[in-house]
Design a protein around this ligand. Structure first.
Ligand code: NDP
Ligand code: GDR
Length: 372
């Protein structure tokens, strides 16, 4: 019998990699997608299967984490062996603007799923993975952060995820459910949403290099993050549900870098050396040297990065650094892709796309380039 998995957030970065991973493992994969006014399945289109053929292994259902009856119906229909709750309003800055919606989806959505599993009598059959986050540590109480480090959430997103964390623990303890929290530190990829900092940088600098944008406006460049690759992290999500006993794990690389360093590397991948000048909101990055032909639109002395306080957050998480020792010892997990390799992969993908746009533009077919 094929195992069945249900993924909320299947159209997101992690959902798309996890769906691929589980299909390769021979699972029948069900995913929940939201209704949108235009197509929102770009990240899973390459694994899409025509609903008119028999024996499909990848099946999408319309749904929403704010809708209990919908979640209950899908769970009843699918009877999954594993549920991966990856769906969320996942942007920390946006959570300050939409705190109630963020709580509804990220906190209550988790409760709705757990409760639906329980009410359908699936609590002994269905294993549950909760996408918890390093944002729980917020104002950090210990360096590096591990499973026992106290939480101090610093955004409506993190507070909502803290509820989700504890309700997952509570259902495990109260009803004997196999339910786990993966406390994942930041993880990125070419599929990362365009408004998260790494992708904003790799895409923005690639566009600037090709003459499609003129300047990248950034928030806090001193922020320190422990960035891994999403592919490594979804493998871990699956591993967590294959253990004898459910447990919670920190997933991280154990190395941290600043946003500024990530900008510097990304520029280097484009053959551009940057010099940072000025302090705080006056800080800028200036082109110092250009090698190769990936940045035909730039010349030495151009200012390509400026600070815009619009991107500062009401409360910032300044530093995050994870200690993945437990995951390494208990599960044998080690990340295979370094932060620098990931950065190179992201720049290569964004440069390819920028070159395509630039070529079209040169031939009179200019496409609008979205910026935040
Ligand atoms: P994304 O933002 O790329 O994807 C989020 C997914 O959730 C999308 O499929 C989105 O749908 C879906 N979604 C949003 N709102 C709802 C809703 N109301 N009902 C159902 N689905 C909804 O996030 P990631 O893939 O990066 O992250 C996956 C999970 O892991 C999230 O829960 C995130 O908070 C958490 N996390 C992420 C980390 C990271 O660094 N990436 C680190 C730690 C935790 P749509 O495509 O329609 O917008
Ligand atoms: P984060 O990721 O908030 O850690 O949440 P993000 O990439 O948005 O920010 C990382 C750090 O970079 C600083 N920063 C900027 N951020 C954005 N988005 N845009 C900017 O212009 C900018 N300039 C500086 C931020 O202030 C921050 O310090 C991500 C999400 O995926 C969450 O869902 C997940 O839970 C955590 O990672 C772990």
């Amino acid at each position: 019998m094929k195992k069945k998995a249900l993924i909320t957030g299947v159209t997101g970065q992690d959902g798309s990699y996890l769906a691929e991973f589980l299909l390769e493992k021979g699972y029948e994969v069900h995913g929940i997608k939201r209704r949108a006014s235009s197509f929102n399945t770009q990240r899973v289109d390459h694994i899409y299967q025509d609903p008119h053929i028999d024996n499909k292994n990848f099946i999408l259902h319309y749904g929403d984490l704010t809708d209990s009856s919908n979640l209950t119906r899908i769970l009843q229909e699918v009877q999954p062996d594993e549920v991966y709750n990856l769906g969320a309003q996942s942007h920390v800055a946006v959570s300050f603007e939409s705190p109630e919606y963020t709580a509804d989806v990220d906190a209550m959505g988790t409760l709705r799923l757990l409760e639906a599993i329980r009410l359908l009598g699936l609590e002994k059959k269905t294993r549950f993975y909760q996408a918890s986050t390093s944002e729980l540590y917020g104002l950090v109480q210990e360096i590096p952060q591990k499973e026992t480090t106290p939480f101090y959430p610093r955004s409506p997103y993190a507070v909502a995820k803290m509820y989700a964390y504890w309700i997952t623990v509570n259902y495990r303890e109260s009803y004997g459910m196999y339910a786990c929290n993966g406390i994942l530190f930041n993880h990125e990829s070419p599929r990362r949403g365009e408004t998260f900092v790494t992708r904003k940088i790799t895409r923005g600098l690639s566009n600037i290099a090709q003459g499609l944008e003129s300047c990248l406006y950034m928030g806090n460049m001193d922020a320190l993050r422990d960035w891994g690759h999403a592919k490594d992290y979804v493998r871990m999500q699956w591993m967590m549900l294959q253990q004898e006993q459910p447990d919670d794990f920190v997933i991280a690389t154990g190395v941290q870098y600043s946003v500024r360093e990530f900008i510097r590397w990304s520029a280097k991948e484009l053959g551009v050396t940057l010099r940072f000048e000025g302090q705080d909101i006056e800080e800028v990055a200036i082109v110092e040297k250009i090698d190769g032909d990936n940045a035909p639109a730039l010349k030495v002395g151009d200012i390509v990065v400026k600070v815009d306080p619009r991107y500062f957050r009401p409360a910032e998480v300044e530093t995050l650094l994870g200690d993945p020792t437990k995951a390494k010892n208990v599960l044998g997990w080690v990340p295979e892709i370094t932060t620098q390799e990931m950065c190179a992969e992201m720049v290569a993908a964004d440069l390819k796309s920028a070159k395509r746009h630039a070529l079209l533009k040169a031939h009179g077919y200019e496409l609008p380039v979205s910026v935040e």
